[in-house]
Design a protein around this ligand. Structure first.
Ligand code: LLP
Length: 431
């Protein structure tokens, strides 16, 4: 459920017509609904009530300061994967003691920043990372709280590019060595082993892989405890899928039942790292039709958003439902067309054989469920702008990231002196 609905014959975000925002800031733009965001967080957090559980929102899904601040106000923690995300989480007011740091390639500088910030735990993913952290903690005379991220060798049954928990993936400590690595970490000076972490993938629509991974984790806890190694925190990762196409998807309550059944009675503090589930449905990408083109074998609706603005269809073949901002009449005819962007690649296709009411230049459309992995994955490819982002709250909206245009990006570029003589009056290289 979200707060993007037709009122009269117009698509609104809460109390604001999307066409009004388009009129004021131009297209394309991302629009987030504060009410939807807060509702999703509440539904997810409530599903775990009664358990000692922390919801550490995964910033990689959407790290906009407004989004993260809204969640911080509700008591969310954060899962971060870079020094940049750590900075964002802290700037948005997330309590450092509720921040976990994951990722296979944390640099010494990033580990140092995490130690300085006093975060809840660093999820260690390799022997070398453990060694680096031990060294840095030793130099600083502090103790690093860690969890060992395990690779449980469980197939998440999702897209190959976002599967992370099988043997061939780069993530976590391989299953046969986990016990040994935990034992070593527990005995290391400067290291405090506080728990275990796992994340098997993203956009899981089947709960069984979670069940399998968490059972393995439970067995591991028992084995470690038998050896006198205490495990206090269990970080269960993110990954709960959402219905992009309106199909069935597991509810947070169903997911919480799996958590309760598998690891609920181990006396551990549970850490959850949802990203997409919290913010996916809370955002849309609004674009305008540039042209409608009749091709040799199909028709194209060419819009002013491209794969640089919303990469998921091009990268994963993901489908985002497309809603015309002006409500089509119930008995109106629909026409089949591919909805494409202006980028010079055929992969810049959002939908094939999409049924839409007749569209014309200037008409607005909304790509639904674009709040997660949308704006954060945008680029300036084809010298296009990074799209602006707005947040709606009731009848108000505010720009929460300005459009970052080609002038902003060019201002960061320099033509080296040794080419300088070739500059023309236009400021560009001459002949
Ligand atoms: N925790 C860790 C360690 C992760 O690697 C991820 C996502 C999450 C939590 C959050 O997962 P979520 O609840 O959002 O599924 N760009 C892709 C998704 C990449 C996910 C990467 N890791 C997409 O657009 O589908």
């Amino acid at each position: 459920m979200d707060n993007f609905t037709y009122k009269g014959s117009e698509l609104f975000a809460e109390g604001v017509p999307l066409s009004r925002i388009a009129g004021e800031i131009g297209t394309p733009f991302y629009c987030y609904s504060r009410a939807t965001l807060e509702r999703h967080y509440a539904v997810f957090a409530d599903a775990f009530s009664g358990l000692d559980a922390d919801v550490c929102y995964s910033l990689k899904a959407n790290g906009n300061l407004a989004v993260v601040s809204a969640l911080a106000c509700l008591g969310a923690g954060a899962d971060v994967v870079s020094g940049g995300e750590l900075k964002r989480a802290l700037a948005a007011g997330i309590d450092a003691r509720k921040i976990v740091f994951s990722g296979v390639g944390k640099t010494a500088e990033e580990l140092t920043r995490a130690l300085d910030a006093g975060i809840l735990q660093i999820n260690v993913e390799s022997d070398q990372e453990l060694e680096t952290l031990r060294r840095i903690a030793g130099q600083k005379g502090v103790t690093a709280r860690i969890a060992v991220r395990v690779n449980p060798d469980v197939d998440a049954l999702t897209h190959a590019k976002i599967t992370t928990g099988t043997r061939g993936n780069k993530f976590g400590i391989e299953w046969p060595r986990v016990h040994e690595v935990c034992a070593r970490a527990a005995a290391m000076p400067g290291i405090e082993l506080s728990g275990l972490a796992v994340h098997i993938g993203s956009q899981l629509l089947d709960l069984e892989p979670f069940r399998a991974a968490y059972r393995r984790l439970g067995d591991l806890v028992a084995g470690l405890r038998a050896d006198g190694i205490e495990v206090r925190n269990l970080d269960l990762g993110g990954g709960l899928g959402i219905p992009y196409d309106g199909g069935p998807s597991p509810s947070p309550q169903d997911y919480a039942s799996v958590v309760r059944e598998t690891v609920g009675d181990l006396g551990c503090r549970i850490i959850l790292e949802p990203g997409r589930m919290i913010v996916g449905n809370a955002g849309v990408l609004v674009a305008a039709v540039i042209y409608v083109k009749t091709g040799a074998v199909k028709n194209f609706v060419i819009v002013d958003a491209g794969m640089n603005d919303l990469l998921r269809p091009a990268l994963y073949g993901a489908a985002h439902a497309i809603t015309p901002v002006r409500e089509p009449s119930a008995d109106g005819k629909l026409e089949e067309a591919d909805v494409v962007g202006p980028i010079c690649e055929s992969g810049d296709t959002f939908a094939t054989a999409c049924l839409l009411p007749p569209m014309s230049s200037g008409d607005l459309i909304a790509f639904r469920t674009a709040g997660a992995y949308g704006a954060v994955m945008a680029s300036g490819y084809n010298a296009r702008s990074l799209p602006p982002e707005v947040m709606v709250d009731g009848g108000d909206f505010q720009i929460v990231r300005e459009r970052i245009g080609v002038d902003d990006l060019m201002a960061r570029e320099t033509v080296p002196d040794f080419l300088g003589h070739a500059r023309t009056e236009n400021g560009g290289p001459g002949d």
